[in-house]
Design a protein around this ligand. Sequence first.
Ligand code: NAX
Ligand code: ADP
Ligand code: K
Length: 490
Amino acid sequence: MRTAYSVETVRTAERELMARLPDGALMQRAAAGLAAACADLVGRVYGSRVVLLVGSGDNGGDALYAGARLARRGAGVTAVLLAPERTHAGGLAALRRAGGGVAPSRQADGIPAFLRAAADLIDRADLVLDGIVGIGAKGPLRPDAAPLAALASRARAAVVAVDLPSGVDPDTGEVDGEAIRADLTVTFGTHKPGLLVDPGREYAGSVRLVDIGLSLPGEAAVEALQHADVARLLPVPGAESDKYRRGVVGIAAGSARYPGAAVLAVSGALRGGAGAVRYVGPAADAVIARFPETLVSDRGPRKAGRVQAWVVGPGAGDDASAVAEVLAADVPVLIDADGLRLADVDAVRGRDAPTLMTPHAGEAAALLGVAREEVERARLDSVRELAGRYGATVLLKGSTTLVAGPGGGAAAAVRVNATGTSWLATAGSGDVLSGLTGSLLAAGLSAVDAGSVGAYLHGLAGRLAADGAPVGAHDVAAALPLAWRDVVRG
Ligand SMILES: NC(=O)C1=CN([C@@H]2O[C@H](COP(=O)(O)OP(=O)(O)OC[C@H]3O[C@@H](n4cnc5c(N)ncnc54)[C@H](O)[C@@H]3O)[C@@H](O)[C@H]2O)[C@@H](O)CC1
Ligand SMILES: Nc1ncnc2c1ncn2[C@@H]1O[C@H](COP(=O)(O)OP(=O)(O)O)[C@@H](O)[C@H]1O
Ligand SMILES: [K+]
């Protein structure tokens, strides 16, 4: 499991560790790891041109000490200081001792000369280190720092963010205004939520974690399943299993207008671990024609026969009665697409069995009564808010998919999944996800596990199916067994 902790938790862990170590030891660990990562990235340190963007906190201190290490190995290192009088004094002295230089400053030389010099240096650099701000960030980048982020983001040089890209909110991944676009982020002690959740994740580039010895007890703020975690959660039939013991998933989906949604949801469900798929709705002929193994019924969810979990909503049009019948069932229910619009909030809140809602940003926005952009800007807050309002587990789809448990509060970890690819942004791929995830629910996974395992397999299948080329949703479904095998084989 990859875990990310809130700034507050990181600060507490740092204080405890610092109390047991000599002054400055932690920063030296951070700077050593940072310099090593930079050296790996540029390949040849000797003769390389390195620019340090240095803010007034310890994040700047890390950049200065790492710069000193690179200067000792023969790099030409220049620091651009945002606040010379408040720069980390030890770091700056170390850089000077190692032969590094300092660019003209805003305070002494005026803003135009400062920006011209910074632009020149960044233009000619092989490597830019972003030490503007780290976990001490408050609000959007300030007006003096924002132009540096813009210059670095356009640079031909490799850009390494120190701890996290400046301009990305450490706890949420929100980006308000300018932010550093890094090729690599070297983060210390633990991942930060903002590195795993979009839009921050996209700004971070690849992320390297440097162990500085922090011990982080208690619940993470954000966690991301890895192959081994998913492998442990996948349902595997035992010797005594039969199709009913493996679980039956009911799919109430599709309409005369959208029969394909039913077919795609079933295509995902058949590959999700349930022993049988029961389809209920007006697209039975289309479903059977494509998947003859499906059990079909035209009697509505209540009379369709026993299932261990329901999926309701994909392509369902305005069939509110099917949604109400499914919500009345005492088994786990996944609500997707049209079902989200038709589900009564009190009926969802009143359920005893687990409920999993799977909106994309547009659907989440409609449920929350805000604009879609607001959900995309603040994905963590949005998923927690929805989970709290409905008392349900919520899976918010997108480039990073988030899964929040029914508590909705900040205390419980939100799962994040980034196995996907933007090729998954294709009509019907959400239907495949809902069938797959419903199947995992029927096989006995909890709502949070089913959602996060479903998103993981679906993203991986998308990647395997696409392999750099456009694919249809049915290709994603067909690649699910490949993804499953890939996970099991490790
Ligand atoms: N505390 C520790 O034990 C360690 C801290 N480390 C580094 O220290 C960093 C945290 O240091 P600090 O607590 O000094 O905080 P930061 O250096 O992250 O930020 C604080 C400084 O940035 C300025 N600032 C805040 N918001 C800003 C904004 N929106 N735009 C521009 N400037 C802004 C503040 O005025 C303040 O001077 C970590 O991110 C990490 O890089 C590492 O050295 C590892 C050890
Ligand atoms: N840019 C992206 N990167 C990765 N995955 C994406 C991206 N855009 C969409 N997806 C994934 O593709 C699927 C699309 O689902 P959805 O929006 O419900 O589509 P549809 O309604 O057409 O089935 C979701 O699993 C979502 O997470
Ligand atoms: K930074």
